[in-house]
Design a protein around this ligand. Structure first.
Ligand code: HEM
Length: 391
């Protein structure tokens, strides 16, 4: 029986099912989803890098009333291919340069400290809602120049939109996503216009000035880029941190190593968080011409899925692949993707975690689960709804 990504046992622990898929050592056809699955590290990596496999946005809901949702994707970096992708990515990378990202470190530290200070002494708290979620939301809002008083709008919009990335979203999710896309786009549009009149030292102003200067960034592209950055800038970070912390609590010896010397192991632990229980699991590509992957022919127009979390458990690449090891090195996981769409935010995500992880562990040296964590019922975006912990 082919894997059912909506089955609760699969969502609960997909890894034994994914291991079975890897046994074939080649892409497999999923008859219900009508896509090929690439579960091995070699193939999942190749799918992301092969120039004949594109990330082409095909309208999920072609109706004209769904226009905004559709262009918000087709005009974004993530869902476009060269030459448009090269132009958009170049513009964002310039604004997203290493100095700017590294310069955020003191702000990330103070955001971390203020979140930790808000947690009442001796009381249980939700690691997701009280720490893992607000941290990257505040950082990306700061970087883009999204007003702090409106930060609370970001997460609900983003959550509604990403539900469309799951496999066969139900009608009510589609409607919520469309409404969120419209509101989000309108909001960013008015913010961008305000920044043109009163420029500030932020990314929205910078991107808006590129737009103003000429034809290199259309209004839709500008809005779509900001929305993508705001969404991508926190969704995976929240879940990467949450998944990693739960893995840590479930492996007491690893937990003791990391808590014993947070600074020493932080760098390798972050990569292991993203490998062992990857926050993003499922990325589709479409063949733009016939292409062969490990001897399997993917015909023009057919789809193939890079299964990142499965690739990251491939025992032909990782020794003791099912063992969670915060000292693992090297760690060639593909949790941030590969090829031309490789995550732009990887340096930012790494800095965020390298600041927040040791700060959390030092502040709460005996931190542990207070109850069984509650998983989100989704496969593609893998994370927890709630992780109640006791200090
Ligand atoms: C732990 C955190 C993160 C993980 C695991 C992650 C993972 C990924 C992955 C797997 C892709 C590739 C998607 C594909 O090939 O189809 C990607 C792309 C992207 N990510 Fe991240 N990401 C994270 C954090 C961030 C942050 C903090 C930002 C922004 C500030 C960000 C912005 C982007 C953008 C803009 C793209 C699209 C790049 C392109 O299409 O050229 N990500 N990310």
């Amino acid at each position: 029986m082919m894997i059912d990504f909506r089955n609760s046992d699969v969502i609960d622990n997909p890894y034994p099912y994914l291991e079975e898929l890897r046994g074939a050592n080649k892409p497999l056809w999923h008859p219900d989803l009508e896509v090929f699955l690439a579960p091995t590290h070699r193939d999942a990596n190749e799918v992301l890098r092969n120039k004949s496999l594109g990330r082409i946005y095909t309208e999920k809901v072609p109706d004209s009333e769904w226009q905004v949702f559709n262009w918000l994707h087709s005009d974004s970096i993530l869902d476009s291919e060269p030459p448009k992708h090269t132009r958009l990515r170049g513009l964002v990378l310039k604004a997203f340069n290493r100095n700017r990202i590294e310069g955020l470190r003191p702000s990330i530290q103070s955001i971390t400290d203020s979140l930790l200070n808000r947690i009442s002494e001796g009381e249980k708290f939700d690691l997701i809602a009280d720490f893992a979620e607000p941290l990257p939301v505040k950082v990306i809002a700061l970087l883009l120049g999204f007003p702090p008083e409106d930060e609370h709008l970001l997460r609900p919009w983003s959550q509604a939109i990403v539900k469309m990335y799951e496999i066969n979203p139900p009608r009510e999710h589609q409607i919520a996503a469309q409404n969120a896309a419209q509101e989000f786009a309108d909001y960013v549009h008015s913010l961008m216009q305000a920044r043109k009149i009163h420029p500030q030292d932020d990314l929205i102003t910078e991107l808006a000035s590129v737009h103003e200067a000429g034809e290199r960034l259309s209004t839709h592209e500008l809005i779509a880029t900001c929305v993508l950055l705001l969404n991508a800038g926190h969704e995976a970070s929240v879940n990467g941190f949450g998944n990693g912390m739960v893995s840590l609590f479930n492996h007491p010896a690893q937990r003791d190593s990391l808590f014993g010397d947070p600074e020493k192991y932080t760098e390798t632990a972050i990569e292991e968080f993203l490998r062992f229980d990857s926050p993003l699991q499922y990325f589709e590509r479409t063949a733009t011409s016939d292409v062969e992957i490990s001897g399997v022919m993917i015909k023009k127009g057919q789809k193939i899925v890079s299964l990142l979390g499965s690739a990251n458990r491939d025992s032909s690449v990782f020794t003791d692949a099912d063992t969670f090891d915060v000292t693992r090195h090297p760690n060639p996981h593909i949790g941030f993707g590969a090829g031309i769409h490789f995550c732009i935010g990887a340096p930012l995500a790494r800095i965020e975690m390298s600041v927040s992880l040791p700060a959390l562990l030092k502040r709460f040296p005996r931190l542990d689960l207070a109850e069984t964590p509650l998983r989100r019922p989704t496969f593609s975006l893998r994370g927890y709804e709630r992780v109640l912990v006791a200090p």
